[in-house]
Ligand binder design. Structure first.
Ligand code: ASP
Length: 308
């Protein structure tokens, strides 16, 4: 038997104390804590890493403070297009959906693709059909809407129109994710997002791309990323950590730090990631001001953090 461990994130970016009220800060900590608790409960009973990361990400999707599920950001056309993926380290099975709107928990739609189809990624009406056939709950636009995300779209569009859009992508992103190692040493990862505020319609980030935003392989690690998706895709961020461990014998921490600080950090790839290995080691590196993050281990206490 191994010892279990679990980590979650709620996005990284321009997260500074001056931008958060004490009440908001408390809300983020509470949201992360809830996500850890539901996953921890599953792992403590001997449940699978896959069930734990799915449950943790559902809790984060349900919390409107985070950019995924309820509270997802808007495209330039004022609609929400959600991306999500899961990967099981036992057998490298994976499932993903992209650009979807409707399922309350996009992560469960991604898992339904993995479990109920022969495919890894589905988009469009058939992705929704798979979710419906799996009996997943759907919600309407009023459920997913938040005034804060709408206002963020308006201010980004205004800055764009005035030609003063800040070129700091860290202001516009956010995502949720979970990684776990269960008592059997099995790893799993899950990531879900609304993408980036004022993204182009049809734009797909790293979140649903296996090897970019999400990866899990029992032989190395499970990874869930958050940040400027285009760069994470070009540097195959999540798979690169596993490759460094497999081929260069690097530790989880060294491999993850290299990818976040060098590959991404030096190439406009603001953001961070959470990762675990099969020994239950956890690492949570990021290269921007802050990352909503938390972890719990079999021996340890719950820990939730926001800033550097
Ligand atoms: N990586 C996500 C995307 O590019 C956004 C984020 O994680 O903040 O869609």
């Amino acid at each position: 038997m191994s010892k279990f461990s679990l980590a979650v994130h709620g996005g990284a970016g321009t997260i500074l104390p001056k931008n958060l009220t004490p009440a908001l800060e408390a809300g983020y900590h509470a949201g992360l804590r809830r996500a850890l608790e539901v996953g921890q409960e599953i792992l403590a009973k001997g449940g699978s890493a896959m069930d734990a990361v799915t449950a943790s990400v559902c809790a984060l999707e349900d919390e409107p403070l985070f950019n995924s599920g309820r509270g997802a950001v808007f495209t330039t056309e004022g609609v929400q297009e959600m991306d999500a993926s899961v990967m099981d380290g036992r057998n490298r099975m994976a499932g993903a959906v992209s650009g979807i709107f409707g399922p309350r928990n996009p992560i469960r739609a991604a898992r339904a693709v993995m479990e109920n189809t022969d495919h890894v990624m589905l988009i469009g009406p058939n992705a929704l059909k798979v979710a419906r056939d799996a009996g997943l709950p759907f919600e309407d636009a009023a459920y997913f809407f938040t005034q804060e995300r709408w206002d963020a779209l308006q201010s980004t569009m205004k800055m764009r129109a005035e030609g003063i859009e800040d070129n700091d992508p860290a202001r516009r992103h956010g995502t949720v994710g979970a990684v776990a190692c269960d008592v059997n040493g099995n790893l799993a990862a899950a990531t879900s997002t609304g993408g980036m505020t004022a993204k182009a319609p049809g734009r797909v980030g790293d979140t649903p791309i296996i090897g970019a935003g999400t990866y899990a392989d029992n032989a190395t690690c499970a990874v869930s990323c958050t940040g400027h998706g285009e760069v994470f895709i070009r540097y195959t961020a999540a798979a690169e950590i596993a490759a460094r461990m497999r081929h260069a014998g690097q530790s989880l921490e060294d491999a993850a730090r290299h990818v976040v600080m060098e590959d991404l950090g030096k190439n406009d790839g603001s953001g961070g990631l959470i990762a675990v290995d099969a020994k239950g080691n956890i690492t949570l590196p990021f290269n921007c001001d802050g990352m909503y993050r938390g972890s719990v281990t079999q021996d340890g206490d719950f820990e939730t953090l926001i800033y550097r």
